[in-house]
Design a protein around this ligand. Structure first.
Ligand code: SF4
Length: 291
């Protein structure tokens, strides 16, 4: 029986996963449940969850599980926005220690409702993690903080090793796909980060399959290199539920290779261009290759 997507189209062979036995991800599940921490792996229905969790890693999602924006590709919820859990930074440290994670990836929902958009909470998490373990490496995938430089700097001053902010899609599709976000503002966020802390690696990601053209993908690469972005991930958009936009195109493996070569030729230091690439996919390996 062919596997069908939510639009009843056949899912290409290269997107099917060999699911690891659920048992091997049990430790991650237990630690997250016990500490009531959220992950983007669960909230965004990431297709790599079995693989990543089985290898003992996850991407923590701080500042709650309800987002103040409503992007058309994303399955993170919006109901029940609450003040951030003041103990979340300590819980994060405990989870990281108990799982033995050496390269921690932290993202968040967007919190336009908070006075500092959640930047202080991000920074506190980074500071506590640095204090907790010598040699730990930290990667943040941040919202745009509405472009406010003081907030971008607040997070950078807490010394992440990688500062990541996703462009998500090409310029023409940004108003249709992202909520309240602007293409030029996202580029500006990455530019500000590089200018403020040139030694911190910057990273961005785009999804393909939403109706963009190849030249538009190349333009996004050029725009990211123009703000000195170091690392790029390119992955296939997969519709998480019927609430989100349908897939317009499934790219094949050769096309992902061509995008990878195009990105490397433009000077990105690391590129992950595969159908199931997500910002945090194999994040530790990518970091080890760049340093
Ligand atoms: S790719 Fe990232 S978000 Fe997806 S399961 Fe792995 S760590 Fe989680």
């Amino acid at each position: 029986m062919p596997q069908l997507d939510k639009n009843h189209n056949r899912i290409p062979q290269w997107l099917k996963r060999n699911l690891a036995p659920a048992d091997s991800a049990r430790n991650v599940h237990k630690a997250l449940d016990k500490l009531q921490l959220n992950t983007v792996c669960q909230s965004a229905l990431c297709p790599n969850r079995q693989e990543c969790w089985a290898s003992g890693t996850a991407t923590f999602m701080i500042l709650g599980d309800a987002c103040t924006r409503n992007c058309r590709f994303c399955s993170v919820g919006h109901e029940g926005i609450r003040p951030p859990d003041p103990h979340e930074p300590e819980k994060l440290v405990e989870a990281v220690k108990s799982l033995g994670i050496k390269h921690v990836v932290i993202t968040s929902v967007t919190r336009d409702d908070l006075e500092d958009d959640g930047a202080g909470h991000f920074a506190r998490c980074l500071e506590l993690l640095h204090e907790s373990q010598e040699g730990i490496t930290l990667e943040v995938l941040v919202p745009d903080f509405n472009g406010r430089e003081s907030l971008i700097k607040r997070v950078l001053d807490a010394s992440p090793d990688i500062y990541s902010h996703n462009l998500e899609t090409v310029e023409s599709l940004t108003p249709k796909i992202r909520s309240r976000a602007r293409y030029d503002l996202s580029l500006q966020v990455l530019k500000t980060a590089k200018r403020h802390k040139p030694d911190i690696y910057t990273k961005s990601g785009i999804m393909v399959g939403l109706g963009e053209s190849f030249p538009e993908i190349e333009k996004a690469m050029d725009d990211l290199r123009a703000v000195s972005c170091d690392i790029l991930t390119i992955g296939q958009y997969l519709r998480p539920t019927l609430e989100q936009l349908p897939v317009v195109k499934y790219y094949n493996l050769d096309e992902f290779k061509i995008m990878e070569q195009g990105a490397l030729a433009r000077g990105f230091k690391q590129v992950v261009s595969t159908p199931l690439a997500r910002s945090s996919y194999h994040a530790e390996k990518v970091f080890q290759h760049i340093v």
